[in-house]
Write a protein that binds this ligand. Structure first.
Ligand code: BES
Ligand code: MN
Ligand code: MN
Length: 452
């Protein structure tokens, strides 16, 4: 029945998703403010159409939050679905094989910004809900909270959650915004990394100088910045900031073994990225490096002359954007302070250094023995014929730890993307198969969760 309904309506499901994908809801770029709202309105309208009783746009200081609800019986459990309708900027545009906001299907995959992260995955939830409503099979109460600022740190959602605890009362949070190991090997994410994101500004002389007249005698802030950044890792790939690892939890050998027993093909991984070798912290596998170890990466670096041809200049300023991914027990605020103190101390007298904090978020681990996790596991067994493996993902969804802290609710991270879906990159895509089987698995989750 369920599968049949999804199959019968799949073309319409995709058409509707395409309409959402055509709206460039780039939350980071104020030029798209109107479009971000338009995406919220579209999600709200589709939620209503799918059968939600009350749907509203909740205004914030930034982009609105879509909230919708279907209450069938207060004695039944309530699932709160969270997702985001905002997307990352599509740049660099010239590397897309088709325009980012003109979705197309190629080789069974939907190509568009947000196809996987997170519009495609949010839309599975809307269609799972529609399916249950239309077949009269909704087994519990549902709330939806779909926000528009996940890609910029969810600050306003944090405030909204704190101020609306009653409205958000539920038994569990369900999120599809992560990835699976593969279509042959389903998995459920049981942990996410946290994040500290900042920007640094290094100033040398008070103006750009002739690099011949002054070069060699005055500190070049780009040279200095490059050296400072290089010193942030040692020869073993470890971060050199004092105290950085102090709170990092060391997993037992048994837990590490379990983590590494998940299928992972290093050759395939390297080939996919066109690299001859992986790198990272000595003594850890690739899966551990992204799953359970903290990291530091430069996300962008600029300064001086970057236009066409050559200009001989000793620049006045150099900049970099730096992120640190955090693991359980590390605190985003504390790591920000440790970085700032260390980086300022590193600077030679010849330059001035500023550290400007951006957003952050705490790491999260989700329980693998809860009723909800078992329901998710059973759902995969039923639809995929395989028991899903719990994994740790390297990405961050800052609101997950806040849900636990403020609402005392655990989250089930039932994502259907693949690491190779190129989220945040050019040519982001999402398998039509993933989309359809995801809808079916979500419906199965509700059935098992309400039965237990
Ligand atoms: N959906 C991702 C996070 C993710 C992706 C988790 C893949 C696990 C696997 C989310 O939209 C995201 O990109 N989060 C940001 C953090 C945010 C504060 C900008 C991230 O991880 O960089
Ligand atoms: Mn996402
Ligand atoms: Mn994202």
């Amino acid at each position: 029945m369920i599968r049949e309904y999804i199959h019968t309506h799949q073309q319409r499901f995709l058409d509707e998703l395409f309409e959402l994908l055509r709206i460039p809801s780039v939350s980071a770029d104020s030029r798209y403010q109107k479009e971000v709202r338009q995406a919220a309105e579209y999600v709200a309208a589709q939620l209503k159409k799918a059968g939600a009783d009350s749907v509203e746009l909740c205004e914030t200081k930034g982009h609105p939050i879509v909230f919708g609800e279907k209450k069938i019986n207060s004695s039944l459990p309530t699932v709160l679905v969270y997702g985001h309708y905002d997307v990352q900027p599509p740049d660099p545009l010239n590397l897309w094989t088709s325009p980012p906001f003109e979705p197309v299907i190629k080789d069974g995959k939907i190509f568009a910004r947000g196809a996987c992260d997170d519009k495609g995955q949010v839309y599975m939830h809307l269609k799972a809900f529609e399916t249950m409503m239309k077949l009269n099979q909704l087994p519990c109460n549902i709330k939806f909270m779909i926000e528009g600022e996940e890609e910029v740190g969810s600050d306003n959602l944090g405030t909204f959650v704190k101020e609306n605890k009653n409205k958000l009362k539920a038994d569990v949070i369900l999120i599809s915004d992560t990835s699976l190991i593969s279509l042959d090997c389903p998995s459920i994410t049981a942990g996410l990394r946290g994040l500290s994101y900042l920007e640094v500004e290094v100033t040398g002389p008070n103006r750009d100088l002739h690099s011949g007249v002054y070069g060699g005698a005055v500190a070049n802030p780009i040279n200095v910045l490059a050296k400072m950044i290089a010193s942030l890792h040692d020869e073993n790939g470890r971060v050199t900031i004092p105290g950085f690892y102090d709170r990092v939890e060391n997993l037992s050998d048994a837990d590490r073994k379990k983590l590494n027993s998940a299928p992972f093909d290093l050759n395939h991984y390297q080939k996919d990225l066109a690299i001859d070798e992986v790198q990272g912290e000595k003594g850890y596998t690739t899966m551990e490096r992204t799953g359970i170890r903290p990291t530091l990466d430069v996300n962008g670096i600029w300064g001086g002359y970057t236009g066409e041809g050559a200009k001989t200049v000793l620049p006045s300023k150099a900049y970099a954007k730096i992120s640190m991914r955090l693991v359980p027990h590390q605190s985003s605020q504390e790591i920000m302070t440790l970085f700032t103190n260390h980086f300022l101390a590193l600077a030679p007298k010849s330059v001035k250094v500023k550290v400007i904090p951006h957003h952050g978020g705490e790491p999260a681990v989700t329980p693998t023995h809860s009723k909800a996790f078992h329901a998710a596991s059973k759902a995969f067994e039923e639809v995929w014929g395989k028991t899903p493996i719990p994994t740790r993902d390297g990405g961050s969804i800052p609101i997950v730890s806040l849900f636990k802290k403020e609402l005392e609710l655990d989250t089930v991270l039932m994502g259907f993307g693949l690491d190779s879906d190129a989220i945040h990159s050019p040519n982001e895509h999402y398998g039509v198969k993933n989309f359809l089987i995801g809808i079916e698995t979500i419906v199965a989750f509700y059935q098992h969760f309400s039965r237990s």
